[in-house]
Design a protein around this ligand. Structure first.
Ligand SMILES: *Cc1c(COP(=O)(O)O)cnc(C)c1O
Length: 514
């Protein structure tokens, strides 16, 4: 079944291909009139702002550039080449039509300093998207400013802080944020950045919020609880109403980490569960890929009582139906992003929701859940793999499988399994997260994988399980079919060992020569 082999190019850097004087485009000579216009524009620019030297860019032809990046992409992995079940990242296939919408020149050539009278369509799009996201999450108001999930969390937590400062007048005293031990690492980081002491709640034997532990922790020092539901092992917190009551009774607010809305959108919403604040990653569920460091959008929704604290400026619709920015918001936490957020991502989200409609959004969630349960059912029956916690509870958009038995029996670890999967043309799942599952493989198939693709994935894991018993060294030496084999996990992630720019590369080589 293994037909996969990644391309392996000995690809130089563009800088190394550079030939003095080579250009990508040769334009015809400009005529006198155009030159005069250009010179008069140049005369308006302060001389200090004009570069004395051209930037030292590689001098290459357009075809060289196209081949260079095509070859690099062939040595990489993407959702366009195979299944990408990276848990908690929702690496679904994003329809090209949403990219087309974002690339429409009226959107892609907008300048953020343009007069609002000239970009009414863009403002209307953002205004309407805010309302759709409010409806999907059951909130009353939304900001589109934050550029990532983590920044959305920070924004939401700052809103909670401002609420306690201005409304309950207990900001000083309420200095604790409650966070379950299975939470995404950004949750405690965001709470700490906002000045909160993080109180970790242990999970119950079912992998859910332990209600007794929550009751014991909630009190006059509680600012709020940050929760992911379905939680990080992919199970719905069935006691969510009671959880909300405990936190609210203690005077705290409920924060919903909605980075992954794929499980619930169109079916239920955090507003109905009792949450007060939610962030959602438009670059997961709403048609922009997560990962790879590209631009994102971590929209934040809040209940009415928190609206006045949202970042400014807000987009408003005036009585005459036109749109504008409102800056005069004295209780706002201020700006969290230059200008108005990552607009291109917002257009993709708008186009995605528009093209699916209410029923389509619900179908996304239903299929995402169906796929995750199909995978959980079959993979947990493969020797060496188990489904820890709440065995009988259905999984939502993802499932966490443990390879602990495989490790005990064969010495093959979750990391080895992830690496071997690459040889089958499948991206590795998230590994060793959440921390409460030993040898964790966090698998999120998403709704866009077909049954045939899921069956291929399951049979690859079946084969890896067999190999682990018969030829464990083959699994431990994987991957074999990729452009580069196993990387040093430490050096591959450490800024001190990475060469991140041409300038660094030149400096290192100079230092070597010296
Ligand atoms: C991805 C994710 C985040 C963080 O989102 P970023 O955009 O990467 O900052 C937070 N919480 C959960 C549960 C996530 O899956």
């Amino acid at each position: 079944m293994n037909r996969y082999r990644q391309a392996k190019w000995n690809e130089p850097l563009l800088f190394e291909m550079s030939v003095k004087g080579r250009v990508s485009h040769k334009f015809p000579e400009v005529d006198k009139d155009i030159r005069r216009v250009a010179e008069s524009i140049e005369s308006m620019i302060h001389p200090e702002m004009i570069r004395a030297q051209p930037p030292s860019l590689p001098e290459v032809s357009e075809l060289q550039i196209v081949r260079h990046f095509t070859r690099l992409s062939q040595m990489n992995f993407s959702v366009s080449s195979g299944t990408y079940p990276l848990g908690s990242c929702t690496m679904k296939y994003n329809p090209v039509i949403n990219d087309l919408a974002a690339n429409t020149s009226g959107f892609s050539w907008l300048h953020p300093l343009q007069d609002v009278s000239t970009c009414q369509g863009a403002l209307e799009l953002m205004w309407e998207l805010e309302r759709w996201l409010a409806e999907i999450t059951g909130m009353d108001a939304v900001t589109l400013q934050p550029a990532a999930g983590a920044q959305g969390e920070y924004t939401g937590v700052m809103v909670i802080r401002e609420y306690h400062k201005c409304v309950t007048n207990e900001c000083e005293q309420r200095n604790e944020m409650l966070i379950p031990d299975a939470a995404h690492g950004t949750n405690p980081a965001s709470a700490a950045m906002a000045g909160y002491k993080v109180v970790v709640l242990p999970s119950s034997a079912d992998g859910l919020v332990d209600l007794d532990a929550l009751r014991a922790a909630a009190g006059p020092r509680t600012a709020g609880l940050m929760l992911t539901n379905p939680n990080t092992i992919g199970v719905f917190e069935k006691d969510i109403e009671e959880i909300a009551e405990i936190v609210h009774d203690a005077g705290g607010l409920l924060y919903y980490d909605g980075a992954n809305l794929n499980a619930i959108m169109g079916i239920t919403c955090p507003g109905d569960m009792g949450f007060d604040v939610v962030h959602m990653n438009l670059h997961k569920s709403f048609s922009t890929p997560h990962g790879g460091g590209g631009p994102g959008a971590g929209a934040v929704g809040v209940k009415k009582s928190l609206e006045e604290f949202l970042p400014k400026p807000r987009i408003v619709r005036k009585d005459d139906g036109s749109f504008d920015f409102e800056d005069n918001l004295p209780r706002s936490i201020g700006r969290v992003h230059g200008f108005y957020g990552n607009f291109g991502i917002l257009v993709r989200a708008y186009s995605y929701i528009y093209s699916l409609g209410k029923q389509g959004i619900r179908a996304v969630a239903e299929n995402a859940v169906l796929n995750a349960n199909y995978v959980a059912h079959h993979v947990s029956r493969i020797p060496g793999f188990t489904l820890p916690y709440s065995k009988d509870a259905p999984r939502m958009h993802e499932c966490v499988i443990s390879a602990e038995e495989l490790k005990e029996e064969t010495g093959v670890t979750a990391m080895d399994v992830a690496k071997r999967l690459l040889d089958f043309g499948v991206h590795a799942p998230t590994v060793y997260f959440p921390l409460i599952v030993p040898e964790a493989l966090m698998i999120e198939p998403t709704e866009t994988e077909s049954k045939q693709d899921l069956d291929l994935f399951i049979s690859a894991l079946n084969q890896i399980s067999r190999e682990s018993n018969e030829t464990p060294e083959k699994v431990k030496g994987a991957p074999h079919m990729t452009a580069v084999s196993r990387l040093d996990e430490y050096r591959a992630a450490h800024p001190k060992t990475l060469t991140l720019s041409w300038r660094m590369f030149q400096k290192q080589n100079r230092d070597k020569v010296d």
